[in-house]
Design a protein around this ligand. Structure first.
Ligand code: ZN
Length: 408
């Protein structure tokens, strides 16, 4: 069965309405997880699901599961996240939730009788900018034993605790994490990269997500006078960090697909005429293959032990995130492919460069992802953009994939 019936206009209007919440001057949105804006977005989703007669369950980490009962209790899940980074765009996360709702509404309007129970999910704290770790809600679903630790996480901006913030905004549910057992889960998302646009392709069929490792590196040397300390006697933490940065770039150039980013750095004392004593930097390292990612991180650590720029300095490596690369479910992948082909949309397989809820869910539930193009590959920025046509195509692929999987 080919359905191309999603209502593009309604989907766009809902996205617009949602993105009034946390609207930034000049465009873009800010809806940090468990903030007042996140609460308003959740309330709006609640209101929409009521109009569609869906039953909403909230679990202990605040994940929302909006159910449409099928003939059986087996569940097909769709969804994503409503939280954003502080200067986020209109589509990252929001698209997957609103399109999921649109798919359910379309099926209901067409008097479709699902075999499976359909569940639209909104996962808590996907972005991780307010609370670490990111993808918190999907992590709690996939590995409920992590819940007690996650509830204790403290916000970076105002030192609030997850459990208290959940209570404050009214989304501390009592459904046990991990009790909504998806037979299949599909997430529609923007690509957040340039590949689909560059190749002028409608749909990315995501086959997996690359490994992501985050480290915080603290290098401690010695402060000394810029004018009187000979170069050979310096314990310059920033110089060591620069050598490591240079080495990281060389590693990337010698290993296909390896991406290392040193994206934040603090220098102490940060004074023009003082050799810097301490540097605190973050390292983001990604590769589609776990073993390559581990080896690369190990090479960086070995460099810091052996290179002479680190002589007389101490370095401390703290692991912040360690997410293994994953492969998505073959049946979900082929259902997405079949849907694209039936609808006549150009498509290609791809690996996701960013982390997503579906990635964490995939350790427990058969999952998959659909990507649509992002203008200039921009995301996590106010000028994030995908056109109405691109969104419509993505949502129609989601619709058909759900129907395809429901028939199995
Ligand atoms: Zn996202």
């Amino acid at each position: 069965m080919i359905l191309s019936g999603i209502n593009s206009n309604r989907l766009t209007q809902r996205l617009k309405e949602l993105n009034k919440i946390g609207r930034l001057e000049g465009g873009g949105v800010s809806r940090p997880s468990l903030s007042n804006e996140d609460k308003k977005a959740r309330d709006l989703l609640m209101q929409w699901t009521k109009e569609l007669d869906l039953t909403v369950q909230v679990d202990q980490i605040g994940n929302m599961f909006c159910q449409w009962k099928g003939k059986t209790d087996k569940i097909i899940g769709v969804g994503s996240h409503l939280d954003t980074v502080p200067t986020g765009g209109d589509y990252d996360g929001a698209l997957g939730v609103v399109a999921g709702l649109e798919v359910i509404q379309t099926l209901k309007e067409q008097h479709y009788q699902p075999n499976h129970t359909m569940v639209l999910a909104n996962f808590t704290n996907e972005e991780g900018t307010r609370f670490t770790p990111d993808m918190m809600g999907s992590l709690a679903s996939a590995r409920p034993e992590t819940l007690p630790e996650l509830l204790k996480a403290i916000s970076a901006d105002d030192h609030k605790i997850v459990s208290e913030e959940l209570n404050r905004i009214g989304y501390a549910g009592n459904v046990p994490c991990g009790s909504i057992n998806f037979e299949r889960f599909i997430e529609l998302h923007i690509e957040q990269g340039p590949i689909l646009e560059n190749e002028n392709i409608d749909i990315g069929i995501v086959e997996g997500v690359q490994a992501i490792q985050w480290r915080r590196l603290t290098i401690v040397g010695k402060s000394s006078h810029a004018g009187t300390t000979p170069i050979a006697l310096r314990k310059d933490s920033f110089y060591a960090m620069s050598c490591l940065t240079n080495y990281a770039r060389k590693l990337c150039e010698s290993q296909n697909g390896l991406l290392i980013t040193i994206g934040s750095i603090e220098i102490h004392p940060n004074v023009i005429n003082v050799v810097p004593k301490k540097v605190i930097a973050t390292i983001d390292l990604r590769h589609p293959d776990n073993s390559v990612a581990y080896q690369a991180m190990e090479s960086l650590e070995t460099f810091a032990k052996q290179d002479k720029s680190f002589n007389g300095l101490t370095s401390q490596w703290e692991s912040l995130v360690d997410i293994k690369s994953i492969k998505f479910d073959q049946q979900v992948i082929s259902s997405i492919k079949k849907s694209c082909d039936s609808l006549g949309y150009s498509n290609r397989p791809m690996i996701s460069g960013a982390g997503h809820d579906a990635q964490l869910l995939s350790s427990r539930y058969a999952s998959g992802m659909i990507f649509i193009p992002s203008r200039n590959g921009v995301s996590h920025a106010v000028d994030e953009f995908s056109s109405e046509t691109q969104i419509e195509k993505g949502a129609n692929v989601l619709l058909n994939t759900v129907v395809e999987l429901d028939g199995e």
